[in-house]
Design a protein around this ligand. Sequence first.
Ligand SMILES: Nc1ncnc2c1ncn2[C@@H]1O[C@H](COP(=O)(O)OP(=O)(O)OP(=O)(O)O)[C@@H](O)[C@H]1O
Ligand SMILES: [Mg+2]
Length: 265
Amino acid sequence: MSAYLKLDHIDKYFDRGGQRAEVLAGIELVIDKGEFVSIIGHSGCGKSTLLNLIAGLTPVSAGAVLLENREVNAPGPDRAVVFQNHSLLPWLSVYENVNLAVSKVFRGTKNKAERHEWVMRNLDLVQMAHAKDKRPSEISGGMKQRVGIARALAMQPKILLLDEPFGALDALTRAHLQDAVMEIHARLGSTMVMITHDVDEAVLLSDRIVMMTNGPAAHIGDILEVPIARPRNRIELASDRTYLKCREAVLKFLYERHRFVEAAE
Ligand SMILES: Nc1ncnc2c1ncn2[C@@H]1O[C@H](COP(=O)(O)OP(=O)(O)OP(=O)(O)O)[C@@H](O)[C@H]1O
Ligand SMILES: [Mg+2]
């Protein structure tokens, strides 16, 4: 398989009051079309920075992000992002929030009726069509995340980037949304890159888990393949040997090999 997304020798540093703060060093990663890849690592190691580089929201300091062999260095609808804190516009309804993105991306290619149909199809996909006229303040956190996912998917991105999308949700809502994302991934064959702190979530959802070392100058310490057939069922997996082995490998990486050390100031 050829590289769909390629992170080629990426370094990233920020300028902190004239001092160079090296956040990422020598990031190398190739992701195939349709793959589900999770990025896990301790707080502050540079996961969001890495996702922002892929999204084009932050420029790389060295190296390149290549999507289908073309360098990307600005945000674009081919890389949609879902953030932890639902970033819906509060004065627009659920429908209008998704429609805004759809109108931007498909203005020249879909007419009004087609755009309407497309907004509804994507709301259906996350089971939110029934709440289309509600404002964000009238729906729960889990529902807001569903709408955020619908809005991102409606842009028909080449890659869906998720930065701890379920981080702010309670365990049950989180489980429902994980199942929804797995179903969407299976149905659409989307390529997804997700940051998470949750080991079980990473193993349940991913084809591969990218484990980052601690910063400064964080890099990819190891990559774990998750050889578990899909569709996956969380209850069956709870006692599955491969699942438990993967879980243990990630835990060992995080808590033995790369223990979190509070940065000395
Ligand atoms: N715009 C910026 N300017 C300066 N430093 C930054 C900037 N953005 C991030 N950093 C620094 O880069 C490092 C990595 O931050 P990042 O947000 O990528 O971590 P993270 O792995 O996503 O953490 P968390 O798990 O807590 O979300 C931190 O030390 C942070 O202070
Ligand atoms: Mg982060």
